[in-house]
Design a protein around this ligand. Structure first.
Ligand code: SF4
Ligand code: SF4
Length: 135
């Protein structure tokens, strides 16, 4: 019965799309919390990585999309390096960002950034930043 319910919740959401796009298998996570413990920005996240993954496991995609977590993730892969099950929260957040951006949410144009910022910011920071902010 529980498995049937879980399947229905998953099928009613875009969980499969997230797994396909990220290359991650959500059920591999057994909620040890190592990822959240090592994440340098989890203290600012509405949902730390392990909690976001739990929500996704339960099919609560919209809750995760509404949280600020995917936008704060800096892609350092500390979560992946600490995960005993080789799950990358970074890849899941990246997939969620791409899905949101393709739906036209939070899209940023590089021409909207101040020239003073573009002149001073390291090139890598701009590339990484825009990897997050454009689809
Ligand atoms: S470290 Fe891995 S197994 Fe542990 S909660 Fe995070 S994703 Fe899940
Ligand atoms: S990649 Fe993102 S979620 Fe993972 S530890 Fe770094 S900031 Fe946290």
């Amino acid at each position: 019965m529980k498995i049937k319910l879980f399947k229905q919740e998953i099928e009613g959401s875009s969980i499969r799309q997230i797994e396909r796009s990220s290359g991650e298998v959500l059920k591999n996570c057994y909620q040890c919390g190592n990822c959240s413990g090592g994440c340098p920005v989890s203290y600012e996240m509405d949902l730390p990585p392990s909690q976001a993954i739990r929500f996704l496991q339960l099919g609560k995609v919209e809750e995760v999309k509404k949280a600020n977590s995917m936008w704060l993730c800096v892609g350092c892969q500390q979560c992946f390096s600490r995960c005993p099950k080789s799950v990358s929260a970074a890849n899941l957040f990246e997939a969620l960002r791409q899905m949101s951006l393709r739906q036209g949410k939070d899209h940023r144009e590089i021409r909207d950034l101040p020239v003073s910022f573009l002149e001073k910011a390291p090139q890598q920071a701009i590339v990484c930043g825009f990897r997050k902010l454009v689809s």
